[in-house]
Design a protein around this ligand. Sequence first.
Ligand code: SF4
Length: 213
Amino acid sequence: MEINRREIFRYLGYGATPPDEATAQLAEQCLRDLEQHAACKSVHRIFPLTREEDTLYFGGLTVTSRNLGKNLRGCSEIVLFAATLGPAVDRLIARYSHMQMSRAAVMQAAAAAYIEEYCDTCQLEITAQAHARGLFVRPRFSPGYGDFSIEYQPALTRVLDTPRRIGLTVTEGMALVPGKSVTAIMGLSPTDEKCHIAGCEACAKLDCAFRRS
Ligand code: SF4
């Protein structure tokens, strides 16, 4: 996987400013460590979608969210998706935070870019399979985004059986374990909106009726 370095420095708050040499080298070191320790795993299932207004029904679940409802308008099915980098990355971050907080901050940012890149890779595969069925994928929409509550995490991970399939669990506080993990819903629509892989925030279609905002 080719990790976008700009994303790492964006997570670190550099914006358009290039990082200093020491931070750039530290990011490369972190990426080498992630290559060695990350155990990327994902699982997804496709379900028919039915709805009443912004109450959505899929996979035996009932989810109420105006923002997710808007993003899924025109979709006949959804992809329920989960991915993780595995527990070794959490241990790496913990070890770094004992050594040097700045190192841990760069590792956090590198791991965040790593899991996003891995999710993009998985989404491209899902997109190719959907295209073969004449369907088009909307961007990943994760619990905690807009009014899509994180309280849905246990139900989503249960439907995907993530503890057994990829070693991903949810704490009572609704945090995902391992820490560098993602759950998300992607709509499948018969119309091609030419969605941006990085989501609505990176997409130029400001007037899109399905834009998550
Ligand atoms: S704003 Fe762009 S990425 Fe978001 S739903 Fe519309 S076309 Fe897709």
